[in-house]
Design a protein around this ligand. Structure first.
Ligand code: SF4
Length: 352
């Protein structure tokens, strides 16, 4: 059971509310140069189709800035400009219509520079993400301070400076590459501050490990009611980040995005390529607007229906035919080649 959601302030990113008990928002980032605007637009459209709600882009030079301006005129999803080292790119990105600015306190921290950015954010009425990660913390207090404390202290010091400019439209992230440190940092911050939190684990490694690390850290925090928006960082296609984020939120019962697929691990009884069948089904189902129901794809007709009794509807595959079933009870025998389409048709008829 999810512990009571911790109350955070609400920050608007375009039309998307973050915090204040609103649904946890999914974010990702483009993985091509922003200057290469045609490729970036394609990635953004793919991300949006996959279920991403806010997209961040890296801006590191004037070519990226030109690309950002073009992209902004072609897409509708809120865009966040990710700025490091040179605060002037934040000012220019705000002029180009950015919906939020992310600053890294590790490399943009001079008071006069931050003051200029805050003044531009106020005029544009857009928020700031104070985006810390373990590689970018200042060294507050003792250098022997543990990483979670360093992240929290750095964030609080930066917030104090920004609040000094009478600005409170803030989202905070405290990403470590270590799962436990990430959990401890966010937990500590949430106990002392009510700005909305962008959750993530940074530099997670290969996609498989990355998905697991993110699921553990984000899962623990979200179960404790901490976190208002998430980004799963993977060394993989950006859409994979969104699919992983969706599974995390669905698994915790925080959001639903259509049918939840359950499938068996297969064993010696399975006579079909279940991995391929599940992928085919997932691709076809994602293009249809289906209600959130539990659907099963099982590897054999002998045990499949019984093992997936909790599914509202499902198919158990045999070599030449499959059984469509509801709550474990067979309803129809169909030819193998028609199993997936019959299942989808059944779902559309009954649950679309
Ligand atoms: S449903 Fe059939 S194939 Fe799948 S794990 Fe169970 S017994 Fe094996």
């Amino acid at each position: 059971m999810i512990m009571k959601k911790q109350k955070s302030r609400v920050v608007m990113v375009g039309k998307i509310p973050i915090g204040g008990g609103n649904p946890v928002v999914i974010q990702s980032m483009t993985k091509v140069r922003t200057a290469d605007f045609e490729k970036a637009i394609k990635q953004i459209i793919d991300l949006e189709k996959a279920g991403c709600e806010i997209v961040r882009l890296a801006l590191k030079d004037r070519e990226d800035l030109k690309g950002f301006k073009k992209i902004k005129s072609k897409v509708h999803i809120p865009l966040v400009a990710d700025i490091h080292f040179d605060y002037k790119f934040a000012l220019m990105a705000i002029d180009c219509g950015a919906d939020k600015i992310r600053l890294n306190p590790g490399n943009i921290y001079k008071k006069e520079e931050v003051k200029e950015v805050i003044s531009a954010l106020k005029s544009a009425k857009i928020p700031l993400r104070i985006g810390l990660n373990s590689g970018s913390v200042q060294e507050p207090g003792s250098s022997r301070m543990a990483m979670p404390d360093k992240l929290v202290e750095s964030a609080l010091a930066y917030i104090k400076m920004v609040e000094g400019f009478k600005f409170h439209d803030i989202v905070v992230s405290l990403k470590a590459s270590n799962v436990i440190e990430t959990i401890l940092a966010y937990r500590k911050f949430a106990s002392v501050c009510d700005y909305p939190l962008h959750l993530g684990v940074t530099a997670t490694g290969f996609p498989y490990a990355g998905a697991i690390k993110s699921s553990i850290a984000l899962g623990v925090l979200l179960l404790e009611g901490i976190g208002d928006t998430i980004r799963v960082s993977l060394t993989d296609k950006p859409t994979r980040e969104v699919y992983t984020a969706k599974v995390i939120l669905e698994s915790l019962g925080l959001r639903s995005f259509g049918p939840e697929i359950i499938s068996c691990p297969t064993c010696g009884r399975c006579e079909v390529n279940l991995v391929k069948l599940v992928n085919d089904f997932e691709n076809k189902a994602s293009s249809l607007k289906l209600n959130p129901i539990k659907v099963a794809l099982m590897g054999c007709v002998v045990n499949g229906p019984g093992e997936a009794k909790e599914a509202e509807i499902g198919v158990a595959f045999g070599k030449e035919y499959g059984l469509l079933f509801k709550h474990g009870k067979a309803i129809k025998k169909v030819h193998f080649s028609e199993c997936v389409d019959s299942l989808l048709k059944e779902m559309e008829n009954k649950h679309g």
